[in-house]
Design a protein. Structure first.
Length: 471
């Protein structure tokens, strides 16, 4: 293998590494922060929901801000690699503080404001990491084949980390609370997992430092400072139908995805009445998504187009959720895990295909505006995830509060109200069914770009770049 090919492989590994490190943060800190707020801090469920919403809102605004920073500014001795160190270490330390404060203070329920501040700071750093990975993705993945491959690898890395953390967290928590208070156990796990994530981001930084990605991006940054107005990019984004449709599809898919992920602890504790099965569900749900993502090339080979492949998988998910209406119940634990994991299998495929769809919409934006603002345009991918998370949290929190969910009463042994059980059932069956159908129809009829058109856009962009370089 030549040195050039080795360098290409190293550069292809940067984005998956960044998602692997980010996967640690998401699998533990983001997923369980709601439960931390109610079980450890003992905030009311509405307050916990507000804090989660603040977290997602900060990430929402942080993504385009950092995307613009990556596109138009750089450090004196580097562009991307310092951010892996700054944002990676910053996110880890801030989450350790959030999960560690209940250990330090006597009454954690009075720490709403400090918790909100540190959660907001951690959210901003986390958005910096997500947008950084997406920016590098557009520099590395210059063909449809490479984009689909990286999307598949990233999905496997991200959900693989969810499997590991989803299994490790309940086991570690159960073990630690045998000889320390529960709040200490949460903090101990936070320190361990944050350290793992920081090490991963250090490796990504080292690989990025002397890469071709750094050199190419530095050159383009200097060119942009001279001649490319950012308002042109904003206008292109707001009038890009393919991007807006893909954004809405991703947002809706994340709404029901987060019902399963961030709401899993509620579902298994208060509806299934079997919290011990949470770790098994987390493993099965994420493993199914990984296996599904690995089959992306097969699905693409059958349908021969990214958009058609995505629409097919969403229709299948809708069908599976229709079946789940008859299967999901506290008396059918195995059937519940099986049907939701089957839906996750196809969600793993669709979630892999959505990233190339964002890439195609970004190609169109660059082709239309002449601005290679990859960071800003691709930040819409991160924003859609945050928007889905905010909507999911808002819906879940509002419905649970309206149904009479009371964390202190339930912690004291009170019976779970029937209305709360009904809400948790619908969040995991009926609502995903409706959203999957909406997404499939939306992309099928309103997204104007297919693989052939995207390839033509990239070809014309390359020709334009060559003409500008020659002049």
């Amino acid at each position: 293998m030549t040195e050039e090919k080795k360098q290409d492989k190293r550069e292809l590994s940067i984005y998956p590494l960044s998602e692997l490190g980010g996967g640690v943060f998401k699998a533990y800190f983001t997923t369980y922060i709601s439960m931390l707020m109610t079980s450890v801090y003992q905030f009311p469920v509405v307050v916990a929901g507000i804090l989660e919403t603040i977290q997602s809102a900060i990430q929402w605004f942080g993504s385009p801000i950092m995307g613009t920073v990556y596109d138009r500014f750089s450090f004196k001795k580097g562009k991307f690699w310092p951010w892996f160190l700054i944002a990676g270490a910053g996110t880890g330390i801030l989450y350790i503080i959030v999960f560690g404060m209940p250990v330090i203070f006597e009454d954690p329920s009075k720490l709403v404001i400090p918790a909100a501040i540190f959660i907001a700071l951690a959210a901003f750093m986390s958005s910096a990491l997500s947008t950084l990975g997406l920016t590098i993705y557009m520099y590395v993945a210059k063909t449809e084949k490479t984009r689909s491959f990286l999307a598949m690898v990233v999905k496997i890395c991200r959900d693989g980390m969810k499997i590991v953390v989803g299994w490790v967290f309940p086991v570690m928590l159960t073990y630690f609370i045998t000889f320390m208070p529960e709040m200490n156990a949460w903090a101990m796990i936070a320190v361990i997992l944050a350290a793992v994530a920081i090490v991963i981001f250090v490796i990504a930084s080292v690989l990025t430092k002397n890469s071709e990605i750094e050199r190419e991006a530095q050159t383009k940054t200097l060119q942009r400072k001279k001649k490319t107005p950012i308002l042109k990019t904003f206008k292109g984004i707001l009038t890009n139908r393919a991007l807006l449709v893909t954004f809405l599809a991703m947002t809706c898919s994340k709404v029901f995805f987060f019902f399963h992920i961030t709401g899993a602890a509620y579902f298994w504790r208060y509806y299934m009445n079997n919290f011990e099965m949470l770790s098994i569900f987390n493993v099965a749900f994420s493993l199914a998504a990984i296996i599904g993502a690995a089959l992306m090339p097969t699905i693409l080979k059958i349908f021969k187009d990214t958009k058609r492949s995505y629409v097919f998988t969403m229709f299948v998910q809708a069908g599976l959720y229709a079946v789940s209406l008859l299967i999901v119940s506290p008396e059918n634990t195995v059937g519940t895990i099986a049907i939701l994991s089957a839906a996750s299998f196809f969600n793993g495929i669709s979630d892999g295909f959505i990233l190339p769809l964002f890439g195609q919409a970004t190609d169109y934006n660059v082709w239309k505006t002449g601005n290679k603002d990859y960071g800003l345009t691709m930040s819409t991918y991160s924003i859609s995830i945050r928007a889905g998370n905010v909507a999911s949290i808002t819906i879940r929190t509002s419905l649970l509060a309206a149904a009479g969910f009371n964390s202190k009463a339930l912690a004291g042994g009170a019976a779970v109200p029937a209305a709360v059980q009904s809400v948790l059932y619908n969040l995991n069956t009926l609502f995903p069914l409706i959203l999957a159908l909406v997404i499939a129809l939306l992309v099928l009829f309103l997204n104007p770009i297919n693989d052939k058109k995207a390839e033509q856009y990239r070809k014309e962009i390359k020709e334009r770049d060559m003409q500008e370089a020659a002049s």
